[in-house]
Ligand binder design. Structure first.
Ligand code: C2E
Ligand code: MG
Ligand code: MG
Ligand code: MG
Length: 292
């Protein structure tokens, strides 16, 4: 009967939850150990000027290199890090490593570029991100104006007053601030215009169906116009094709990232790109779309 079915359903649900909770705990413990054992790596994806094809920056993207499983994607472990508090030490490691690497490239005489680092919601609102960033800049010697922090729209929307205070402290350090995944959250434009920002990053979900989706083309060109009207630069994420590149050029978008230029690369491979950029060579031929 109904009663029976109900209790079976409950048992199933209960068991499922227990299993999920157990896996989560195990992942959390492995994550802490991986950080201690030095199994985390940063990959770097080029950020390119849409009109000259030249390299302007790199986004640092976290990879967990597990000896048995291989590379584990951040989509799988960032949510666990966020909800377990591991994001504090993990986020601090990312900041430190990105600045250390950026400074090492400068000291090797490679061309200057911005390094963008992702900051997640809990890291932004619950840790002393401004104090830690100041410390990391001082220890590494990496100049503040070359560091960009990417914060998701949802982090700003959740607690706008707190967010404004944190952003202002970060801005006072002299670094650059970007909104990541723009268009996927619910930030109010009234709040947005009060935040001290430099860059909007259009989420790749709005790029990948160009030129087939009229809606996505309308959204992307509106975000470019909105960003420019607010005095911000705009970067499109996830650009994979020549058509997407041409569309964005036509709409006056400033920068792009995406497989069309390069996937995220290990530091050694990225350094080779930097050497090419140092010789004054554009990374992408933005007219014909041929990658160098
Ligand atoms: P995100 O910051 O929006 O990063 C962009 C994601 O899009 C990256 O995935 C990148 O590899 C991928 N991508 C770039 N170009 C293309 C393209 O042309 N096509 C496609 N299909 N994908 C492209 P990834 O590296 O797996 O990172 C996923 C998310 O994990 C990031 O999204 C970010 O939210 C988070 N994440 C990564 N590293 C960190 C970190 O160090 N700290 C924190 N808090 N979050 C991080
Ligand atoms: Mg990002
Ligand atoms: Mg993004
Ligand atoms: Mg994203």
């Amino acid at each position: 009967g109904a009663k029976n079915r109900g209790s079976n359903a409950w048992c199933f649900f209960h068991e499922y939850m227990t299993q999920a909770a157990r896996e989560r705990l195990a992942l959390e413990a492995r994550l802490r150990r991986a950080l201690e054992l030095g199994h985390m790596r940063l990959f770097y994806q080029p950020q390119v000027d849409l009109h000259t094809g030249r390299l302007t920056g790199a986004e640092a993207l976290l990879r967990w290199h597990d000896p048995e499983e291989g590379l584990i994607s951040p989509a799988r472990f960032i949510p666990v890090a966020e909800s377990s508090g591991v994001i504090g030490p993990l986020g601090l490691w990312v900041l430190g490593e990105a600045c250390r690497q950026g400074q090492a490239w400068r000291e090797a005489g490679l061309p200057e570029l911005t390094i963008a680092v992702n900051v997640s919601l809990h890291q932004f609102l619950l840790t002393d991100i401004a104090g830690e960033t100041a410390q990391v800049l001082e220890t590494s010697g990496f100049p503040a104006h070359l560091l960009e922090l990417e914060i998701t729209e949802s982090a700003l929307a959740e607690k706008p007053e707190e967010a404004l205070a944190v952003l202002s402290r970060l801005r006072d350090l002299g670094l650059r601030l970007a909104i990541d995944d723009f268009g996927t959250g619910y930030s109010s434009l009234a709040h947005l215009k009060r935040f001290p920002l430099d860059l909007l990053k259009i989420d790749r979900g709005f790029i990948y169906d160009i030129p087939n989706s009229g809606d996505d083309m309308a959204i992307s060109s509106s975000v470019i116009a909105l960003g420019h009207a607010m005095g911000l630069k705009v970067l499109a994420e996830g650009v994979e094709t020549q058509e997407q590149l041409s569309f964005l050029q036509d709409k006056g978008c400033d920068f792009f990232q995406g497989y069309f230029c390069s996937r995220p690369l290990p530091a050694e491979d990225f350094a080779r790109l930097l050497e090419k950029a140092g010789a004054g060579q554009p990374l992408v031929d933005v007219q014909s779309g041929v990658t160098a």
